[in-house]
Design a protein around this ligand. Structure first.
Ligand SMILES: [Zn+2]
Length: 277
């Protein structure tokens, strides 16, 4: 009997045994990284802290103080934000460009990644960049109850605080997935939820020219540009993007400055949907 036939017979015999035992053949388990992270001690600690946080009753006006879509339109200022880091392959390179171009930005770091590479978060913080909270697990916060949203944000804040010495004041929900409860949970933790006016889609492998073109086309006073710490296109587009914006008279500023410039609470997503590249 050749090997191929032998293996067919063995598989057949195995299936018959399984059916006889009333068991389905084993399938590979699809791992859920967000679930696996809940076993992390930082997550567990945050889950117990979350039980002590009680949701506040927010009025629309009070809550809008903790939501940032864009700044005022009077000044040519714009904020650069980098989500999803830190990354061994790109954070240092982004920092080098920002240093060279003398620009301050905001890094919305993912807690479990920041925990692995606190040195990269520290480097960004020491160079004067803002460290924002992008949740610990990077799971969508609109699909989980209040206690889990608070836990996810608190766990990331714990990691960030260990590096910077203070709690982050700004957060961005993963994927921008938001709801009133997501915004309220962030506000209960003293954080302003930050969205964007320009999303060039730099994770979509469009090529650096397209990332540059889209970013520049959407430049507007009080704007917030959403980029990612990771994609090669972003790294390649960054210098040109910064220099072009500066030549057009723009100044890159902190989220504080955007917020203080007369932030307008409006749906960036709606606004974006009506704009063309
Ligand atoms: Zn993200």
């Amino acid at each position: 009997m050749d090997l191929a036939r032998l293996s067919i017979w063995i598989s057949l015999a195995w299936c018959i045994t399984l059916v006889a035992c009333g068991r389905a053949p084993a399938r590979p388990v699809k791992r859920n990284p967000a679930k696996m992270r809940t076993a992390d001690p930082t997550w567990k600690q945050a889950a117990s802290e979350a039980r002590t946080i009680s949701p506040r009753k927010w009025t629309q006006d009070q809550l809008s103080e903790f939501v940032l879509h864009e700044g005022g339109e009077d000044q040519k200022i714009v904020a650069l934000t980098f989500d999803d880091g830190p990354h061994a392959s790109s954070t240092q390179a982004i920092l080098a460009i920002l240093r060279q171009e003398n620009v301050r930005a905001t890094f919305f770091v993912v807690g479990f990644m920041a925990k692995k590479r606190p040195d990269l978060v520290r480097a960004a913080f020491r160079e004067g960049h803002e460290i924002g909270n992008h949740s610990f697990s990077h799971a969508s916060l609109t699909k989980v109850p209040y206690s889990k949203i608070v836990t996810d944000y608190l766990a990331a804040s714990d990691v960030i605080r260990a590096v910077t010495g203070s709690n982050p004041r700004y957060c961005r929900p993963p994927g921008g997935d938001s709801s009133t409860v997501v915004l309220e949970a962030a506000a209960d933790l003293g954080m302003t939820s930050v969205f964007w006016t320009s999303n060039p889609g730099d994770t979509n492998r469009l090529g650096d020219h397209e990332v540059f073109r889209r970013s520049v086309n959407r430049l507007a006073p009080g704007g917030i540009i959403l980029l990612h710490d990771g994609p090669k296109d972003t790294l390649r587009a960054l210098v040109r993007l910064i220099r072009t914006a500066k030549m057009a008279g723009y100044r890159f500023v902190s989220l504080d400055e955007i917020k203080n410039s007369g932030a307008i609470a409006k749906s960036a997503k709606k606004r974006e949907a009506t704009m063309s590249w």
